[in-house]
Design a protein around this ligand. Structure first.
Ligand code: 3PG
Length: 213
């Protein structure tokens, strides 16, 4: 898959919902009801971070849920790409980028949303063909003001900002012309996941799904 095709695919996913939940799943047994709650709330595109031993099993479990489009986040090494694809991930997300990681995703046919935090990083990815990127860590890297400024000279690049985004600032990001969607963990906090309070997760997802772009 070419970088251009990958970015087009990621843009298509962003068009499905304004928020991509960033999920830390500690118990794969909770993956299915968690995915079902988020989808019921209107957020079908899910990013499961490869930060827990249960993550790959969670991806496999969620991939079987009707309507779910499950991706793997925190891809750092080429081996992460292979593991994510084998588990059934339909897209990947990385906090930054390396040549080896990009080549692995392109070779595996896994659409990748690669991370950038500066104009130089964004330009390097654009040079390779990625015109849809993750702006990370969004708040720490300058937030809405930084993304607006980067959009001046680089209007072709779309960004999915993540890192420090929540209900109080998500709409500010979404109002930028270069932000088709945002990512964040706030729609699936660990407390309701551990308590099995799927109604609470669904309500958080619904509020996210209704955020205006
Ligand atoms: C990510 O992995 O994309 C971010 O760490 C998510 O950041 P958040 O927990 O601040 O939403």
């Amino acid at each position: 898959m070419t970088p251009q095709q990958a970015s087009r695919k990621i843009r298509d996913l962003c068009a499905l919902a304004p928020v991509i939940p960033v999920l830390v799943v500690r118990d794969a047994g909770r993956a299915r009801p968690l995915a079902e709650a988020l989808i019921a709330g209107g957020l079908p595109v899910l990013e499961v971070t490869l930060r827990t031993p249960a993550a790959l099993d969670a991806i496999a479990e969620m991939a079987r849920v009707e309507g779910a489009i499950v991706g793997a986040g925190t891809l750092i090494a080429p081996s992460d790409v292979a593991a994510a694809a084998a588990a059934g991930a339909r897209f990947g997300v990385s906090p930054g980028s390396s040549d080896a990681l990009l080549a692995a995703a392109e070779g595996a046919g896994l659409p990748l949303l690669p991370g950038a935090a500066t104009a130089t990083e964004a330009m390097r990815l654009l040079e390779r063909g990625y015109d849809m990127q993750k702006f990370f860590p969004a708040e720490a890297a300058g937030g809405v003001a930084a993304l607006r400024a980067i959009g001046g000279p680089l209007p072709r690049i779309g960004f999915c900002p993540t890192g420090g985004i929540g209900p109080d600032n998500a709409v500010d990001y979404l109002s930028l012309p270069n932000v088709p969607c945002v990512g964040g963990s706030w729609v699936a906090p660990s407390a309701p996941i551990e308590a099995g309070d799927w109604g609470a997760i669904e309500a958080l997802a619904r509020a996210g799904a209704l955020m205006r772009r």
